[in-house]
Design a protein around this ligand. Structure first.
Ligand code: ZN
Length: 61
């Protein structure tokens, strides 16, 4: 038992333990890449929420 977290990660789809360098999960064959895409989506959602909140407050005093 010498499992290191740095060498293995959890599949973001089926939570199976896979190699951290693996681009595709060997169990469910889902792509593990796109961490930056997830980041872009998060930033987009946050900025959208800020804009919507600003507009909502501006037109509802
Ligand atoms: Zn998987």
């Amino acid at each position: 038992m010498n499992t290191k977290d740095s060498k293995y990660k959890r599949c973001s789809h089926c939570s199976s333990e896979i190699r951290s360098g693996a681009g595709v999960c060997p169990y469910c064959h889902e792509s593990q890449g796109g961490s930056y895409i997830k980041w872009i989506i998060t930033v987009t959602i946050i900025s959208l929420a800020i804009v919507v909140g600003y507009v909502f407050l501006r037109f509802n005093p």
